[in-house]
Design a protein around this ligand. Structure first.
Ligand code: ATP
Length: 517
């Protein structure tokens, strides 16, 4: 049986209360589609980014051998948010990065066509006769408001996509409208933010904020090959902010207008691309599991042939069942086989040859070497979103147990938890704080680079534990009167609330083992 979805309101309240996520420009009333991270959220996201960097670039795939039987090779790159505008023509974003939108003539609202649903009589749209039918966007206030109106009109109602209703939609009442017939037919809307670098404010100088980090990699494919020792097959990773003028930003940080991506472009010979695609697809699923998303909330979904981009041989998504998508799933990462589409496009548009000369292939020569082969490599792209990743980690970790003195806690995996350990003096007297300070110094020296180490002697111990539970701190060490006698401390486990005593000199060893760092 699937458990009831967790309350998104409770998760968002905890995120704000404990400083994980704040609305951007909060004191001015916020700005739609933009979110900032507080101290704990910033550290959580950094841990996630670093876990990605470590497991994708520095020690790719935990040392697993690729389909060629060799260690996987990857290097990083860091590229600008603003690039030459022609980049986005070549990549297809200027022409094709569009979502069909419907506008409402009454309210001036604009909605993504594939997000608009309508309430019709339970017997189907035809049963509505000439009565109005009610459009809404899921998870928006329009959903309940329109449902109530529809039920008043028809009794029992069903919900179908707007696209199933023939146009013109003269009887459709828009999500926030009063009168029927105000929705326009779907039109294309470009999702890229533009800007004008330099002093001359002229359309001809228009540039764009990148909508993905991937293109920066293709631009430097040749520079990386020429300047480093990587040889095909190899990957180039790029992380950073991307921007999309999403029409309906929603579901907390899930669909934002500014977000962070971690993308790898893995280049290989066309004949080996299918094997590499399968390799990356499987590894990426294992990776998300390794940082705490294991279980039935995580799935790998292979796209149907008709969902694939025109150049793609295969794509799968790692999807997580967020409380707001349940019982459905939302995309965390897409793993796409992009063929040689991007390099070919940039070669055509820039007129710079982006072929690779592979000396390990081609005809065998009498001297035992190979003649070599020139080709445009194929590319496998695991493209992850760090904000969606952080949100999934928080949603998965959020646990409510009313039998505990502190009912809400975050079961964050120790690798991503922003606070790694807390050192508490039970009382602010009898030399306990001094012992705690000394232990905290030791723990800080060893683990401080991975996250916060708390050291706090204020408040009741129950309150301090509750604060650490909500922040997802896996272990609290407490110095009490026994510590002064026998040099032991209590260790409290966040998930069970159980305590055990260990020697004060064993604390760092305990953390090394449990944090898996
Ligand atoms: P969607 O269909 O949800 O709009 P997408 O398929 O367009 O996503 P990609 O272009 O594959 O997304 O981008 C790769 C990753 O970047 C996504 O899996 C997601 O984690 C992240 N991402 C994309 N758009 C957003 C957004 N608006 N807000 C937050 N993260 C995003």
């Amino acid at each position: 049986m699937t458990a009831a979805p967790k309350s998104m309101d409770a998760i968002m309240a905890l995120c704000k209360r404990r400083g994980f996520v704040f609305q951007a420009s909060d004191i001015y009333g916020g700005i739609n589609g933009f979110w900032d991270y507080g101290p704990l959220g910033a550290q959580l996201k950094k841990n996630l980014r670093e876990a990605w960097w470590q497991d994708m670039i520095m020690n790719p795939c935990w040392g697993r051998k690729g389909p060629n039987g060799q260690r996987v090779q990857c290097v990083p790159l860091e590229t600008c948010i603003i690039q030459h505008p022609k980049v986005w023509e070549a990549s297809g974003h200027v022409g094709g990065f569009n979502d069909p939108m419907v506008d409402c003539k009454e309210t001036k609202g604009r909605y993504r066509y594939d997000h608009v649903m309508v309430y019709v009589p339970a017997g189907g749209a035809a049963a509505a006769g000439d009565k109005p039918i009610f459009a809404y966007v899921g998870d928006q206030p329009s959903e309940t408001k329109q449902k109530k109106k529809a039920e008043k009109t028809f009794g029992e109602v069903a919900s179908v996509a707007l696209s199933t209703i023939p146009q013109p939609w003269t009887r459709v009442i828009g999500p926030d409208a009063e009168k029927p017939g105000t929705l326009t037919e779907p039109r294309m809307f470009n999702l890229m933010f533009d800007t004008i670098p330099g002093a001359i404010r002229d359309e001809a100088n228009k540039a764009y904020l990148r909508p993905e980090t991937a293109q920066g990699v293709f631009l430097h494919f040749k520079n990386v090959v020429d300047s480093s020792r990587v040889r095909i097959p190899f990957g180039i990773g790029n992380t950073g902010r991307s921007f999309r003028n999403e029409v309906t930003p929603r579901n907390f940080t899930f669909r934002s207008r500014e977000f962070e991506q971690a993308e790898l472009e893995f280049f290989c010979h066309p004949d080996e691309s299918k094997a590499w695609y399968e390799f990356w697809r499987d590894f990426r699923m294992d990776w998300w599991k390794s940082i705490g998303l294991a279980g039935e909330n995580l799935i790998l979904r292979e796209h149907d042939k008709d969902e694939l981009s025109h150049y793609s041989v295969g794509t799968s998504d790692v999807e997580y069942r967020f409380p707001f998508t349940a019982p459905g799933f939302g995309e965390l990462e897409g793993i796409a086989h992009r063929g040689n589409y991007d390099l070919t496009q940039h070669q055509t548009h820039s007129k710079v040859k982006l072929e690779y000369y592979d000396t390990t292939r081609g005809e065998l020569l009498p001297n035992g070497g190979r003649k070599g082969e020139r080709y445009i490599p194929h590319c496998i792209e695991p493209a992850a979103g760090l904000d969606r990743g952080a949100l999934a980690l928080i949603c998965e970790a959020y646990t409510r147990d009313d039998t505990r003195p502190s009912p809400e806690f975050l079961k964050l995996h120790p690798r991503v938890a922003p606070i790694k350990a807390a050192i508490f003096a039970l009382m602010d007297k009898d030399g306990m704080p001094e012992v705690a300070d000394k232990l905290a110094d030791e723990v800080f020296a060893k683990f401080g680079r991975y996250g916060f180490i708390e050291n706090d002697a204020k408040q009741s111990i129950g309150k301090r534990y509750a604060r650490m539970d909500e922040a997802g701190c896996p272990f609290c060490f407490t110095i009490d009167s026994d510590t002064l006698k026998d040099q032991t401390v209590t260790v409290r486990d966040r998930d069970t609330g159980q305590q055990q005593r260990i020697g004060i000199d064993k604390v760092c060893g305990f953390l090394t083992e449990k944090l898996g760092l």
